[in-house]
Design a protein around this ligand. Structure first.
Ligand code: NZQ
Ligand code: ZN
Length: 398
């Protein structure tokens, strides 16, 4: 295990009936609030009204930024920065899924930056001071509620890039599983796949001696495999939603990544799919993941052992099978889980990517934006192309 610093100062308020503490959570930062939200789900499920009533009772002044889209765009960020500057706002209250909170983070940093906010996305070394953020998360997926990362899209350049900053970590995150009851089947499946992918990205690392991180990752994967299908079938099952929500937070708050090195694979590739085709992040990851796993097994026999461990510890694959067979069974079970239990369409044409004409360009962009040599099994442009092309047809061998 490598040396590390683990510093995540977010105050988590988990469970029901926590909203009454919202005024107290915002108050240390000021009374003038930017309320940031998405396309209206919080109005449909009544959360918006509750928040407004509560803040009104406590004399907060609200300025609204609405319409933050999934795969949030830099234009919303620019709009938010302008609203904060014009109205001299003190704090951001972000209410929604990862897209709303990510946009809030770059707004928060952008207020203190003189140039265009897109510079902060392209180069996170420019990220400094930030407006404080309090959030109410409504979808279990990204982990943004307890980390310093944000992912923003620029439709003008077909770019979707991640950035980060220590000052972007939310001050307080309200996690009420009931707020996720209304998440659609599609977004529940996508969120579950996203959580699993975060765990894969960190678990498949070459650093030795990370038993703690590995066991946590395997346990969290089992939690998603158990609770994802339950939430899909019974959306108001509190415990299923609660377990997914807390897993989403723990999967990407540093608990699993600290103490080891290595880069991410499926996320950089998926970000290109989203950048060019605006597909749902978690669905793109579900489609890519088993193809990437098969690529690892086909091209790097040194990966077999870890994939076999994954298969045994997460899927209870028979330890008496030979190592490669165990590993390939793990890939098959992962694919089948997404397809049959989470009801995810498992090819790109099924999510609207009908032709492969942009595959070379997207693969080039993956390499342009990421160091694909430090990942679990290093990939060149041809390897990335191979994985994306495999997503055009159902998988029949593993
Ligand atoms: O916009 P509204 O109307 O709120 O509807 C949203 C949106 O249409 C809806 N939704 C959210 N909560 C709901 C709900 N619908 C009904 N009931 C609720 N309670 O769900 C749709 C998707 O929302 P979005 O915020 O886009 O989903 P998610 O949380 O999956 O966020 C995805 C974004 O996060 C980025 C992704 O790339 C993508 O842009 N990521 C951020 C990360 C981070 N900051 O650490 C890491 C991740 O790997 C990821 O890349
Ligand atoms: Zn993700």
């Amino acid at each position: 295990m490598e040396n590390f610093r683990f510093y995540v100062p977010t105050d988590i308020r988990f469970g029901t009936n926590q909203l009454a503490a919202l005024p107290e959570a915002l108050a240390p930062y000021g009374k003038k609030v930017l309320l940031a939200y998405g396309g209206g789900s919080i109005k449909k499920n009544g959360l918006y009204d509750k928040i407004l009533e509560l803040l009104d009772q406590h004399d907060f002044q609200i300025t609204e930024l609405s319409g933050i889209a999934p795969n949030p765009r830099i234009d919303s960020v620019r709009e938010g920065i302008q609203l904060i500057r014009e109205n001299q706002l003190d704090v951001i209250l972000a209410v929604g899924g990862g897209s709303v909170i990510d946009a809030a983070k770059v707004i928060a940093g952008g207020v203190y930056y003189d140039g265009d906010a897109w510079d902060l996305v392209v180069d996170n070394s420019k990220m400094g001071q930030a407006v404080p953020i309090v959030d109410i998360l409504t979808l279990a997926a990204t982990g943004t509620e307890m980390n310093r990362n944000a992912v923003i899209s620029n439709p003008d350049t077909n770019e979707k890039l991640g950035t980060s900053g220590w000052e972007l970590i939310p001050k307080v995150s309200f996690l009420n599983p009931e707020n996720t009851f209304t998440v659609s089947k599609w977004q529940t499946a996508a969120g579950s796949a996203d959580i699993m992918s975060h765990l894969f990205e960190q678990y498949f690392s070459r650093t030795a001696g990370t038993d703690v991180q590995d066991e946590i990752a395997e346990g969290l994967l089992r939690v998603v495999i158990k609770n994802g299908p339950v939430a899909l079938k019974t959306p108001e099952n509190y415990d299923a939603r609660a377990n997914l929500l807390w897993t989403s937070t723990l999967a990407l708050n540093g608990l699993v990544s600290k103490g080891r090195s290595g880069g991410w694979t499926c996320h950089p590739i998926e970000h290109e799919l989203s950048a060019y085709y605006d597909i749902t992040h978690g669905i793109g990851l579900a489609i890519l993941t088993p193809r990437w796993m098969k690529f690892c097994l086909d091209f790097d026999p040194t990966s077999h052992e870890k994939f076999a461990t994954y298969a045994r510890n997460v899927w209870k694959v028979d330890p008496l099978l030979d190592i490669e067979t165990q590993a390939r069974k793990g890939v098959e079970l992962t694919y089948n889980f997404f397809k049959t239990q989470m009801e995810i369409p498992m090819t790109l044409p099924q999510v609207g990517i009908k032709t492969d004409e942009l595959v070379p360009e997207m693969s080039r962009q993956v390499l342009a934006h990421n160091n694909m040599q430090q990942i679990y099994v290093p990939m060149d442009e041809e390897a990335v192309e191979r994985v994306i092309r495999a997503c055009f047809e159902e998988m029949t061998s593993f």
